[in-house]
Design a protein. Structure first.
Lengths: 261, 261
DNA sequence: TATTTAATTTTACTGTATGAAATTCCACAA
DNA sequence: TTGTGGAATTTCATACAGTAAAATTAAATA
């Protein structure tokens, strides 16, 4: 039973056990719908109650966790951290004007996602003239296997990596048990295509295209998407925007690469 | 039980040293204007480079820290955490409609702050009809010693606690070296007053009143404020709103107390 | 009040975090 | 290109901090 299925991924040296466990607790708390009690958290993280309690206490001292009665949840200290990220990090900073321009030119909603573990996170979004009819808030975790902006992040992965993605997606309840590589492959962009398309996939009534933001370092971790209500845009309409998207992605990559501190 | 000397300092039992240090690194990264290199971070946190490096690596694995070249900064994983907090925590959730109503009735900007260590954080804000002429983003850290919403959080503290607040405020560069208890006392509400007032204090051109959100547990940690441009509201105008504020604070306290999971 | 379950503290043990020192890496200069 | 200094990283012996079992206390439930 390898219950060690933590999103912090057991790496080589298994360094900093207590810190890794604390992060595991912190992440677990984010997955709950409601605050949870000590024993539940301990069980879900696969560690003993005393250990979990001590971790929670330290996190609580810094405001990263808060407690009412016997229930623990994410605390207010995450708010300033996110603020710092949004104001200082080159990714959202650089993306803002670019998404702005995309939304302006296309009338569609322009979004920037980044990969985080086996999910993607909406980092920045500029809503276009054509409303989507629903709100997707900054910072929301979304699947990689569903939606154009997720799938394009998988385009460059090999078989082994995709297998990991699939088992994680099942674990996270994004995909049903038994979800196969073939099913996933069918959704992903065909060989040679540098963009992904989705229709009624992650959200119903919504179509979108996405391209990857090039990065010379490790694999692709960011994507830019254009999204529209399904009744207002055809597939061809969206695909016609791909060159524009490509250009935006390239511009963002250049900006990121040239950021000097 | 005395308030911990410093959220990042070694406490009585000195429990979880590595975790405490990791949090210290995480907080330090939030204080930098720009990404910093390993040795700088290590020095600022008062620990060795190898230790700091190991901590940074673990934080990086979870996305709480990111790195470009040799520079470390806060990573994108804080975004989903903040999202969870804003969507699930009873504090912002309960406050939203109450602030909404306050802003509606008064035409002013209504804000909810929570104390975090020796600072306060803007948790939720509803902008009123009368614009303030500046933006204050959710999650920003602000001083306790300046501004109505900060000062009201200090109203119930004793001499010893105020001394701590002062030395922390100096440490954080919110107050000049040599800032005295008498100077602070002069700003704080007089005995018997349950509200604080500020004019051109934290932000110029802005006046505000604030009341504390009652809490039966430990000391007060939340405050609600009404803010207006200085040219549009007199002190009396604002103080006339105090009963309304009191009512809102009471309502919020009741909501929080009755929240069931 | 009795009974059960969860939270917390204690304790003895074990493994992990630690920093000095050594080594490698890297930027810049010669 | 090679040399040089500073920074990052790895190694490693040691001390100490984190661990879980068991005990204790508190809090639900009947």
């Amino acid at each position: 039973m390898t219950v060690e299925s933590n999103s912090t991924e057991a790496r080589a040296g298994s360094a900093m056990r207590s810190l890794s466990r604390a992060i595991q607790v912190f992440e677990q708390l984010q997955r709950y719908e409601h605050p949870q009690r000590l024993n539940q958290i301990a069980k879900d993280c696969g560690m003993s109650s005393p250990t979990t309690l001590r971790i929670l206490r330290v996190l609580q001292d810094s405001g990263l966790v808060s407690q009412t009665d016997k229930n623990y949840r994410i605390g207010p200290a995450v708010l300033p951290a996110a603020r710092v990220f949004l104001e200082a990090d080159p990714l959202p900073r650089s993306a803002r004007p670019i998404l702005q321009q995309l939304a302006q030119n296309t009338g569609l909603t322009a979004s920037l996602y980044t990969r985080l573990g086996f999910e993607r996170v909406l980092v920045e979004r500029v809503v276009g003239a054509a409303s989507l009819g629903y709100e997707l808030p900054q910072g929301r975790r979304l699947p990689l296997t569903v939606g154009a902006a997720g799938k394009i992040l998988l385009a460059a992965l090999d078989e082994e990596q995709l297998a990991e993605v699939i088992s994680a997606a099942v674990e996270l309840r994004y995909e049903p048990v038994g979800f196969t590589l073939e099913e996933l492959r069918r959704r992903l962009p065909a060989a040679g295509e540098d963009y992904a398309y989705s229709e009624d996939e992650r959200a119903t009534g919504v179509v979108s295209v996405a391209v990857a933001v090039p990065s010379r370092n490790d694999g692709v971790t960011e994507s830019i998407a254009l999204t529209a209500p399904v009744h207002s845009s055809s597939r061809d309409d969206l695909v016609a925007r791909v060159p524009e998207l490509r250009h935006a992605a390239r511009r963002l990559a250049d900006l990121l690469a040239s950021t000097v501190y």
